[in-house]
Write a protein that binds this ligand. Structure first.
Ligand SMILES: C[S@@+](CC[C@H](N)C(=O)[O-])C[C@H]1O[C@@H](n2cnc3c(N)ncnc32)[C@H](O)[C@@H]1O
Ligand code: SF4
Length: 361
């Protein structure tokens, strides 16, 4: 039985210049056909699927109107067995929040919202090309609370061009003051095929590794001092508020993914749906396969992924999984340590997680 469901909604109010998720702005002519297509995909994949976690990501799922979200979620509930759902997350952009939408989503069973704030600083929000101001993001957060959303994550980005230590500290403090249940703090990455990557390639923007490592340490210090536990390198939660959906990915559990660009891992195979909304709809309408990539998940691959993901979490890895010589040398370098008979990254190791994982594979 597959216990996790991801649904990709590829629409955004405006495309941000640093983001490489599959999405498109505008062209709402396709929306109805897109929603119908997701429901066709759901009917075909419903056998053997009984999700405990559902995650609507994107893009920006709340770029859909309230009636469209109602149509989609009600339609999914008719086709897929939602009786075991414990966590139902939807991603929101602060510009797409309203009290009516929040109330309707709660009625439809959503119980967790993940909102992209990135920064509270107005000038950095402009640098990021965000469609909202800090003030608007704060108002949206308060609307979600007023509507009664019980579990809220706020996404932050650090390492923004021109960002000062002071600006990052202010953003961390302000976020903590609002008391969300969960905070994701990502270091800006220059993804290929983005405007930011082009600027980076032309030398207009450059990552400052020393500064960014300092920002990462500031996040760990401020958030751990205020009751958040860093249960994964970029994710901090109040007790009991860890994201079960992401934990399932990191544990290597199977999941179904609907919509353009969504991955599915089930029955020993992994595939990705074509990352093109018009082509996705056409394939559904013509009953053609949706994937443009498929592979067998080999045991060696599963092991490598399990180590790389688990090492990033506070649960760490089973010491038996790795070569004892390499573990010993990483431990003597101060990168990993043993805790409750598991191997976990030290604070120093968390700054170099990818390199440590590569060493263990
Ligand atoms: C799908 S978006 C979240 C919801 C909504 N689309 C929004 O932006 O408000 C997922 C998150 O990924 C993060 N993200 C996207 N591109 C990134 C990049 N290049 N580097 C670091 N974080 C990034 C942002 O924090 C963003 O909130
Ligand atoms: S960060 Fe969010 S709003 Fe911006 S383009 Fe990416 S998915 Fe869309």
């Amino acid at each position: 039985m597959v216990r996790h469901l991801y649904v990709h909604i590829p629409f955004c109010p405006k495309v941000c210049p640093y983001c490489s998720f599959y999405k498109e702005a505008g062209d709402r002519n396709k929306t109805k056909a897109f929603l119908d297509s997701i429901l066709v995909e759901a009917s075909a994949a419903a056998d053997g699927l009984q999700p405990e976690t559902v995650f609507f990501g994107g893009g920006t799922p709340t770029a859909l109107s309230t009636p469209q979200l109602d149509f989609l979620i009600s339609g999914l509930r008719e086709r897929v067995d939602f009786s075991a759902v414990k966590e139902f997350t939807i991603e929101m952009n602060p510009a797409t929040v309203s009290i009516e939408k929040a109330a309707a989503l709660l009625n439809l069973g959503v119980n967790r919202v993940s909102m992209g704030v990135q920064s509270w600083d107005e000038s950095l929000l402009r640098t990021l090309g965000r469609v909202h101001t800090g003030l608007q993001a704060e108002r949206s957060y308060r609307i979600l609370r007023e509507a009664g959303v019980p579990n809220i994550n706020l996404d932050l980005i650090f390492g923004i061009p021109g960002q000062s230590e002071r600006q990052w500290m202010d953003t961390l403090r302000k976020t903590v003051d609002l008391a969300p249940d969960h905070i994701s703090a990502y270091c800006l990455t220059y993804e290929e095929d983005t405007e930011y990557f082009a600027k980076f390639s032309r030398g207009e923007y450059a990552p400052e590794e020393g500064r960014d490592a300092g920002f990462f340490e500031m996040a760990m210090d401020v958030l751990s001092a205020t009751g958040f536990s860093q249960y994964e390198i970029s994710n901090y939660a109040q007790p009991g508020r860890e994201c079960s959906h992401n934990l399932a990915y990191w544990r290597g559990e199977d999941y179904a993914g609907f919509g353009p660009s969504a991955f599915t891992t089930r029955s020993g195979k992994r595939w990705r749906n074509i990352a093109d909304t018009a082509a996705y709809i056409l394939r559904i309408q013509n009953r053609l396969p949706l994937h443009d990539f498929i592979e067998e998940v080999q045991p060696a691959m599963r092991r490598a992924e399990r180590i790389a993901f688990a090492l990033r979490t506070s649960a760490g890895i089973d010491g038996e999984e790795a070569d004892p010589g390499r573990l010993a040398s990483l431990a003597s370098g101060g990168f990993v340590e043993s805790r409750d008979s598991r191997i976990v990254l030290t604070r120093k190791g968390r700054l170099l997680a990818d390199e440590v994982a590569a060493e263990l594979l």
